[in-house]
Design a protein around this ligand. Structure first.
Ligand code: 13P
Length: 352
């Protein structure tokens, strides 16, 4: 059966020719990524979606928020397809527009006239949160440009509200020089649970949304200590969605594209303990047999939603496109798209 699916995908790709571009995120499984015309991290894929106006169809092998961003950034005539509409992102779902608006209003009531808050949303968020940022003088960031985005945000206002990833926000703020005492965490379920919550929000330069990536939460300081004890020469390379202690104990950290570049530029014999999604780690190990590459988490940890893009779905949507039938299109309404584009384009216009 895999042979048959392969044949169907190849035939549909051939029939569609330059009318089709397939984009693949680095976390996609090998059976999918082999068909991608371009691979990338979230930032690179957003750039690619904005820069391929010749294709009628962009088939996005990734997750829902990425396909939404591709729809927002692509030309009006282009249609974006997500092979399986159930490929969401549990972190993105941890912040919704009603909660963010409530947080925004509460903080402005609390801080009064001089609140001066710039909203920053991580790419891993719904289009209406990106639109919220566009409307309110804010911006989008990805893990490859978070430090530059934070610098920009602090040039625009006194405080930053960062959502939905608490950890990327904290790791980036620490790098920017903000001490932990000047950070506060907003738990949308119960923001004032702590006795000193009000003072913490008043004192904060950055307010971090309580959201996380369950795949990256699996990496721990203990795993790093164990790897270093076993292999004194090991280089630890992790994603900035990992918690603070993991990022601080690592030798290097960055986006998926950065992780790949580090491995590609390392000499033969380099030993890596990597803290990110397993499909990417396995692919790196396979493509670089001259190095020693292992995942820090001994238990396999795929991103369950990225994994929902299965070859059978890809075959199905591509064959439909051959017949001019668009299945599982991701389309953002024009008002939301307009303001989300404002926030995305602020990010794309920035220099690292
Ligand atoms: P990057 O590819 O930008 O590093 O993001 C990883 C991720 O969390 C995708 O959901």
């Amino acid at each position: 059966e895999p042979e048959e699916i392969h044949r169907r995908i190849a035939a549909a790709k051939e029939a569609l020719g330059s009318r089709l571009v397939i984009l693949g995120h680095h976390y996609q499984r090998d059976e999918i990524i082999q068909y991608a015309d371009y691979r990338g991290d979230s930032f690179k894929l957003a750039q690619l979606a904005a820069g391929r106006p010749e294709a009628d169809y962009i088939v996005f092998c990734g997750v829902h928020f990425m396909a939404e961003s591709a729809d927002i950034l692509s030309a009006a005539h282009q249609k974006v397809v997500l092979p399986n509409p159930a490929a969401g992102c549990s972190m993105a779902d941890m912040a919704n527009i009603a909660e963010v608006e409530e947080c925004w209003e509460t903080l402005h009531e609390l801080l009064g006239e001089d609140a001066s808050i710039i909203p920053v949303t991580y790419m891993n968020s719904a289009a209406n949160l990106k639109a919220f940022c566009g409307r309110n003088g804010g911006i989008v960031c990805t893990s490859s440009n978070a430090p530059a985005v934070m610098r920009w945000a602090f040039s625009q206002g006194k405080r930053v509200l960062f959502f939905p990833d608490e950890h990327l926000g904290r790791n980036t703020a620490l790098k920017y020089g903000i001490p932990e005492e000047h950070m506060a965490v907003w738990n949308p379920k119960d923001p004032f649970a702590a006795a000193d919550a009000e003072e913490a929000f008043e004192r904060a330069q950055i307010i971090l949304w309580k959201g996380f990536c369950s795949t990256h939460m699996r990496f721990s300081l203990q795993q790093i200590e164990k790897a270093r004890a076993e292999y004194p020469d090991v280089k630890i390379l992790v994603h900035p969605e990992c918690r603070r202690e993991v990022v601080e104990a690592a030798d290097l950290y960055g986006s998926t594209e950065y992780i790949i570049q580090q491995v590609e530029n390392a000499p033969a014999g380099t030993r890596w303990g990597i803290g990110t999604e397993i499909n990417l780690v396995h692919r790196l190990a396979k493509e670089h047999p001259e190095q020693f590459i292992f995942c820090l988490d001994p238990v396999v940890c795929p991103c369950s939603t990225m994994y929902r893009i299965h070859p059978a779905y890809l075959a199905w949507v591509l064959e439909a496109l051959v017949n001019d039938e668009v299945i599982n299109q991701v389309s953002v309404d024009e008002t939301t798209a307009h303001w989300a584009r404002v926030a995305l384009e602020r990010m794309l216009a920035m220099k690292g």
